[in-house]
Design a protein around this ligand. Structure first.
Ligand SMILES: N[C@@H](CCC(=O)N[C@@H](CS)C(=O)NCC(=O)O)C(=O)O
Length: 229
């Protein structure tokens, strides 16, 4: 049976499923939909009306973390550990990483610098909380696991926004291992190949990132100078 992945080109949650499918060499078809004009066949089959959805024959799976866990379960070389406590721990961090993606989304959609700064700070705090978990994963050498796949879309997007990238560099400058871990995740073939060719353009357009007035483009210093004038 061939899987059908329902997708939207710049969705980070879809990207998780795509990375896992590609990393494991699983064949699948992709259907792209317009989230502003969802087709009936989609809304009739997907209760949340959100992507990703994975059609497995007549069955519909939804929620990216459930889709990736299912695909991991039914394929060889499992990414999630077997041991129940380790497995639950990794799944807990994966679930927590959803809130980091949400902070990034809110930061990029924010209309003013204070809201943007609040969301970036919440993103930094969340990722900072994962320091010891990431360090513990590196104790036995790097391996692409389920957690890495869950956070790869976030790491890719952080790289695309210079202001947020700089904030991460500053925050994690004392941990070269975490920087190296992030670079290694980003250099995985399945991660590299998971973005559409026109991703940068679509991403910028979706968040209006080329607008000089976007909060990510206004330096804190510039804002202070403006308000002092
Ligand atoms: N918790 C869901 C989130 C999925 C999600 O928010 N997808 C967005 C696109 S990135 C979506 O389909 N939005 C359409 C809508 O909310 O109507 C998951 O992990 O799959």
């Amino acid at each position: 049976m061939r899987y059908q992945l329902v997708s939207f080109p710049i969705c980070p949650y879809v990207q998780r499923a795509r990375i896992l499918l590609d990393a494991k060499g699983i064949d699948y078809d992709t259907s792209y939909i317009d989230l502003d004009d969802k087709p009936d066949w989609f809304t009739e089959r997907v209760p949340t009306a959100k992507v990703p959805a994975l059609f497995v024959g007549d069955t519909t799976l939804f929620e990216s973390n459930v889709i990736t866990e299912y695909l991991d379960d039914v394929s060889s070389m499992p990414l999630l550990p077997d041991e129940p406590l380790q497995r639950a721990t990794e799944k807990a961090w994966i679930a927590y990483s959803d809130s980091w993606l949400m902070s990034l989304f809110r930061a990029l959609k924010s209309e003013n610098k204070p809201e943007y700064a609040k969301q970036v700070n919440s993103l930094l705090e969340g990722c900072d909380n994962a320091r010891s978990f990431i360090e513990s994963r590196l104790a036995h050498g790097y391996r692409l696991g389920a957690f890495e796949i869950a956070v790869a879309p976030l790491l890719l997007r952080i790289r695309k926004v210079p202001d947020i990238r700089a904030a991460f560099r500053e925050r994690f400058k004392d941990s070269s291992r975490i920087g190296l871990w992030a670079q290694t995740v980003l250099s995985e073939d399945a991660v590299q190949g998971s973005l559409p060719d026109d991703f940068d353009e679509r991403f910028s357009r979706f968040f209006d990132l080329d607008n000089p007035a976007h909060p990510a483009n206004i330096s804190a210093l510039g804002r202070l100078t403006e308000s002092a004038a």
